[in-house]
Structures are given as C-alpha cells and as structure tokens.
Design a protein around this ligand. Structure first.
Ligand code: SF4
Length: 218
C-alpha cells in the first residue's frame, strides 16, 4: 500500500527519535549528536555518505562542513539545492577522530538506513564514497564503477567518490563533477520507468544483497 505524505512524515519522525536515542553500538555513547539525515519526505534522489564528521556531530545535520559546501556546489551544477534531495549516511553517529566505521557499527546501524530508504522510496540513490558503495553494490571498486549507474533490486544506484576525498585531490574533483552531471539522466530514466511500470514495493529491505539488473546506460 502506498504511504501518504503524512504517513511518511510520521514514520520519519519516529525514526529520527529512534536514532537520537539509539545506543546499539558504542558510537552512541561517544557522539555529541546523532545525525539521522534530512531532506524532503518525497525526495526523488537520496545521497548516502559514510558517517558524520566533526561539524555534523556538533550540529546533528549531515554534510555541513567543507565537504557539504562542495556537495552543494555539485548539486547546483545540476540545478538542484540541498533541500531538493534527502541526505543521510551509512552510520548515524561520528566515529572518534573520523576513523573508518567498523563492520559491527555498520551492521548495528543498517536497519536505520533500510527504514529511511523504505520511507523516502527515492528513484535514485547516489552513493558517496566506498562504504556507501559497498552497502548497495558490494564487491565493486569505486575506481571502476564511479559515475556508472546500475539498477540494483529495482532502484538506480549511482556510485560517486566522496566529496571530502575529491576536495583534496584535483583529479578526483574533476571526476566527481563529471559524474554528478550524469545524475539527471539516471533520474529521467527512473521517471520513465515509473510511468511505464506498476508501482514498486519499498526498496530498502533488499539492498543488503543487491542483484544488479542492468549495466550502465551512460
Ligand atoms: S551509529 Fe547507528 S547503531 Fe550505533 S548508536 Fe548510532 S544510530 Fe545506533
């Protein structure tokens, strides 16, 4: 059954409260603030990063530091504002010293992202960085698949380098700029499919073991 926008708002509000109270892994006692994610309840595009950093932990919002500013520049290059997309991370609490998230932390946190995906039901998921990529397309190296959208379990997944990495490497910056410009094409394809196919069920539950159904179009 299709959820109304009010249903979605209610479910997301409950989810945000749950994330705020979560202590399912040790990061829950080390964070300043949990960072569940933010954006329109009916967003067509979800951007999924890795984990909150220092500024995100302070403010409880995703992508608010330098990488966030670059992300806003990238979105502007395709005519979007950050308020047009839903932004979240694979894990919702900051790892100490911004270290990589541990497998057990990712495992403990994965149901929150599953639930967000199910509520928002976006047409395109953009993965930012390798941890997000592995969440949706495990076994695919970012260097080989960046910018190449693939349909996994009924949703278009478009892998990108993480904006923070691109900030520090000029060549990656150009690459992510070029990759971002492909997003509207994948969104257009997803919209075409949505018009020609019956409504799909919520996509989140199946993302842990995706089946890649199509090879890149662009
Ligand atoms: S990182 Fe995820 S699982 Fe761990 S405490 Fe935070 S919300 Fe809970």
């Amino acid at each position: 059954m299709t959820m109304t926008l009010d249903d979605k708002r209610t479910q997301l509000s409950v989810l945000n409260q749950g994330v705020g109270a979560c202590r399912a892994c040790p990061l829950g006692t080390q964070r300043t603030r949990a960072v569940p994610g933010e954006g329109p309840i009916d967003a067509e595009i979800m951007l999924i990063g890795e984990a909150p950093g220092y500024y995100e932990d302070q403010q409880g919002r995703p992508f608010v530091g330098a990488a966030g500013q670059f992300l806003e520049t990238l979105l502007a290059s395709i005519g979007l504002k950050r308020t047009d997309v839903f932004i979240a991370n694979v894990i919702k609490c900051r790892p100490p010293q911004n270290r990589d998230p541990l497998p057990e932390e990712i495992g403990a946190c994965s149901h929150w992202l599953d639930e967000q995906l199910g509520i928002i039901n976006a047409k395109v998921v953009v993965t930012l960085g390798r941890y997000s990529l592995q969440r949706f397309l495990p076994g695919n190296p970012i260097g080989r698949v960046h910018g190449q959208g693939r349909k996994a379990n009924g949703i278009w997944v478009v892998p990108m380098y993480h904006p923070a990495a691109a900030l520090h490497q000029g060549s990656l910056r150009r690459t992510i700029e070029e990759d971002f410009r492909k997003i509207p094409g994948y969104l257009a394809e997803a919209r075409r499919e949505a018009q020609s196919e019956p409504a799909q069920p919520a996509l989140a539950a199946a993302t842990a073991a995706p089946q890649v159904e199509q090879i890149p179009l662009f």
